[in-house]
Design a protein around this ligand. Sequence first.
Ligand SMILES: *Cc1c(COP(=O)(O)O)cnc(C)c1O
Length: 427
Amino acid sequence: MSYFSYQHGALYAEGVPLADIARQFGTPVYVYSKAAFSDHYAAYATACKANGRSERDALVCYSVKSNSNLAVLNLLAGLGSGFDIVSGGELQRVIAAGGDPRKVIFSGVGKSREEMRLALSHDILCFNVESIPELHRLNEVAGEMGRKARVSLRVNPNVDAKTHPYISTGLKENKFGIAFEDSLATYRVAADLKHIEVTGIDCHIGSQLLDDAPLLEALDKVIELIDQLATEGIVLDHLDIGGGIGITYADEKPVAVSDYLNRLFARIDAWRREKHGGAPIKVMFEPGRSISGNAGILLTEVQFLKHGADKNFAIVDAAMNDLMRPAMYEAFHDVRTVAQRGEEAKVYDVVGPVCESGDWLARQRTLAIAQGDLLAIMSAGAYGMTMASNYNTRGRAAEVMVDGDKAHLIRKRETPQELFALESIPR
Ligand SMILES: *Cc1c(COP(=O)(O)O)cnc(C)c1O
């Protein structure tokens, strides 16, 4: 189902015309569909129920960095979601949004002592540890607090996720995770540390994966390691396969979440029956984009049209500071006109006002547009607002959550005064 669709020639978010949102809240503005977030989360939650009846021991930990607005986190927390965080700041958001810290897992290669203390004081579910020095630091901090830190090691299964190099994380050359060959030795180190409780294993091999084969390959390697660890008396209570399922930006056909989870659970169940007398193991996921990506769009207004000899430009009021993905990864975002009109269609590059040639949102798109028209930059719910900056002293866009026929402002547009409020001039 599409949560952003045309009705009588006008583009809507659920039951609200996008033109109304632009009029009420201005542009650029991120617009989210509450139903989309709920349905995308439900795809995971439903597939985690065995035979549609009894719950499996599974936990979906939404990746906060993909879209971290409090309203989004609050919605997902209400549906039972856990959270995958990569900073102390994200933990504070989860708590402010009403999320349960006992359902939080903490990923990332560079956790500071302060972040560790904060997470321990909230008794989070698990630290996903990525190196031996991090283990030692965590052991020290937990010791100072008189606590034990629950730990999973992020292993690097060295499988090729076949995605963009910047969002592929499971290969040997990446900075993430512990090399597969070093994992056993690292687990032995962890098991000997007094303030560390080894509870799990995790991996996250990349993002925007269209096929689940690399994920199932990673699962096989993780399973192999769990069995090896068991022979040494290191028994894990959970495995976390990470996030990474892709979405449709243009015409990609990503694997359905339900198909992927069914295949994954079938393998896990067979393994548990064969090797562990059917004893269950807790399974965790860290999806980001597949929940938030197609739950949001960036709404922008055409400021000027420039018709050149070689190229036509549509200069809009959104820019690379609002949506970094095209400049950073040459990412494709579909562009739709909010009103379908009778202008002559031309081929445009859609660009922003920022003083960089890399400031483009879309290239070579056939659009029938005029000055003042609204455009929807599609699939902008993930890694959109969370990667936005204030470059060129541009206040970050407002955010609106649509629920049926109601539009709620969930973040105000930043004012220039707010942008320099923390600065001072030395006397
Ligand atoms: C970013 C990230 C995710 C989410 O990835 P998606 O591709 O958005 O699903 C999950 N786990 C970790 C460790 C991450 O860094």
